[in-house]
Write a protein that binds this ligand. Structure first.
Ligand code: ADP
Length: 278
C-alpha cells in the first residue's frame, strides 16, 4: 500500500511539474508574441519616418522645376541620408533577428585581438573620411594571448562600440581602447570615451532594442538603436558579458566586454597512451 501511495504521489508530482512547465511555456510564448508585435510596430514606425522624408524630397524635386540648385542639393542630400538610414536599419534588424533566432553559423578560431582592433579602426576611419573624429588611442598590444571567437563578429562588436564612441564624443574629446586580463579564461576589452556620458539609470536600458536617448523623432545623430542589442547577442554567444559604465551626463562612457582566450593545451598523464598531444 505504501508503495502504491508513493507511486501515486510521484505521478501527481510529475503531473504538477508538467503543468507548471506548460504554464511557463505559455507565458513565455505570450511574452514572445508581445515582443514581436512591439518590434513590428517600432520597425514600421522607424521605416516610415525616413520613407516619408524621401517621398517629400522626391515629390518636390519632381514638381518644382524652378527650384534653386542649392535647395535641389539639400533635397537630394536629405533623401540620400534617409535612404542610408533605412538601409542600416534593415541591415541591423536582419542581423539581430538572425542572432536571436540562432541562425548564425559561428566559426570560432584563435585570433589576435590587436588585429581585430586594427581592422575595426580602419573601418571607422574609412567611413568617416570627411568627419573630424575625436583622437583615438589604441592600447592593445600584439603580445596578448589569442582569443577564441569568430573574427567577423569580434570586429562587428568593436566597430559598433567605436562608432558610438565617435558619435557621442566631440572632436575635441578622446577615445581609448584598452584591455585587461582579469582571469585565466578571458580578456576584458574596454572602449572608453570622454563624450556625453549616460545617466546611471540608463546603463542597462541602452542595451534594449531601439533605445535611443533622444527618441527616434528628435534624433540628430544617425543610428538605429539596435547596435548595442546586437553587441550583447554576439558577446553572449561566445560566453562573455558586456556592460556600460558612466558617471553620468557629460562624464564620458566606458563599454566593457569579456572574450575567452585560447586555453593552453592540457597536459595529461596519458591514460589513453598520449601525452601532450603526442
Ligand atoms: P544607436 O544606433 O542609436 O547608436 P545603440 O544601440 O548603439 O544605437 O545605442 C543605443 C543608445 O545608447 C544610443 O542612442 C545612445 O543614447 C546610447 N549610447 C550608446 N553608446 C554611447 C556612448 N558611447 N556615449 C553615450 N551614449 C551612448
Amino acid at each position: 500500500l505504501v508503495d502504491a501511495v508513493a507511486t501515486q504521489v510521484g505521478v501527481a508530482l510529475i503531473q504538477a511539474e508538467a503543468y507548471a512547465s506548460l504554464q511557463d511555456l505559455n507565458e513565455q510564448l505570450e511574452a514572445l508574441d508581445r515582443t514581436r508585435s512591439n518590434l513590428v510596430a517600432i520597425t514600421g514606425h522607424e521605416l516610415r519616418t525616413p520613407l516619408s522624408t524621401i517621398q517629400v524630397c522626391l515629390e518636390s524635386l519632381a514638381t518644382e522645376p524652378d527650384m534653386s540648385p542649392e535647395l535641389r542639393q539639400v533635397m537630394l542630400d536629405t533623401a540620400l541620408h534617409d535612404a542610408e538610414r533605412m538601409r542600416k536599419l534593415i541591415q541591423d534588424f536582419l542581423t539581430l533577428s538572425q542572432l536571436e533566432s540562432g541562425r548564425v553559423q559561428w566559426h570560432p578560431e584563435p585570433l589576435s585581438l590587436a588585429e581585430c582592433v586594427e581592422l575595426s579602426l580602419s573601418h571607422i576611419r574609412a567611413r568617416n573620411l570627411e568627419s573630424n573624429l575625436p583622437k583615438i588611442e589604441n592600447c592593445i598590444s600584439y603580445d596578448l594571448p589569442l582569443v577564441l571567437a569568430d573574427g567577423e563578429w569580434v570586429v562587428e562588436v568593436l566597430t559598433k562600440l567605436l562608432d558610438n564612441a565617435c558619435k557621442f564624443t566631440s572632436p575635441e574629446g578622446s577615445i581609448t581602447i584598452d584591455v585587461t586580463h582579469p582571469n585565466l579564461q578571458a580578456l576584458e576589452v574596454t572602449v572608453s570615451d570622454t563624450g556625453r556620458g549616460i545617466e546611471p539609470n540608463r546603463l542597462e536600458t541602452v542595451f534594449e532594442r531601439f533605445y535611443q536617448e533622444e527618441g527616434a523623432l528628435r534624433r540628430s545623430i544617425g543610428g538605429t538603436g539596435l547596435g548595442l542589442a546586437i553587441c550583447r547577442q554576439i558577446v553572449n554567444n561566445w560566453g562573455g558579458e558586456i556592460w556600460a559604465v558612466s558617471a553620468g551626463k557629460n562624464q564620458g562612457s566606458q563599454f566593457h566586454f569579456t572574450i575567452p582566450i585560447v586555453s593552453e593545451p592540457i597536459e595529461t598523464n596519458g591514460f589513453n597512451g598520449s601525452t601532450n598531444g603526442q
